[in-house]
Unconditional design. Sequence first.
Length: 256
Amino acid sequence: MSPQQRLAYIICWIAGLACGAMASAVPTYLPEIARDMTAGGVDVAALGTTVQSMFLAGWVCGGILLGLVADLRGRAPVIGVSVISAVLLTAATPYVDSPLALGVMRLLTGLFIGATMAVSTTLGAELLPDRWRPVMMGVLANSYAVGVVCSGALQANHIPYATVAATFGVFVIPALLARVVVRLVLLEPLYVSGPAMSPTLGAGDRVLVAKGLSAVTGLSRGDIVAFANPDDWQAVPASPTTGGSTTLAVPGIAHL
């Protein structure tokens, strides 16, 4: 793995940690949150069941819907927006004044946490070489559990929820880094403007280019390769050296 890929993997791990901490913070601090609501006599057990169900429903929807958005628009933007949105919603939770408002906020928080977990896990798998993928994916999966433990440790030390929620703002930093690092040095979406690569790619298709991946995995027949666009780009006709195949090219993209 290149240094840039390692950095992106670490960012994915921190994103998982943030998700674990934010997902468990509200259930852990629910008695304190319910006590501060204007509606008196809130049944904490019933409220906990309701808001957790809404959180999980949001998780499922976020993983599916924003996962599809990530396939179309790129992993980094979705991770960045999702983490920042989950942080803002979690930080605002101490100020809700009704069970309904809390339920809606947990639904939305689940939406963005589900998206973060799905997309960061996918990106982590795409970054890892085959040799290390099983072990490192296990390490990545454990980041969520580490976040849960951290949230419980804060509550055990009697730190008020408002303080805990405010500290989640530190997770905005890796979210912004994910956007910058992945976009500049790892993955870049490209737009196919014409039909030159049809039927492999059509006009209007988008290609997500993994920068530097060929240095790790090598190139194989059928790969799509992005390159700096020369002034005289053209299709390369079939030849014995290419096994009778043809390399098709559009500005900056070639199909081997």
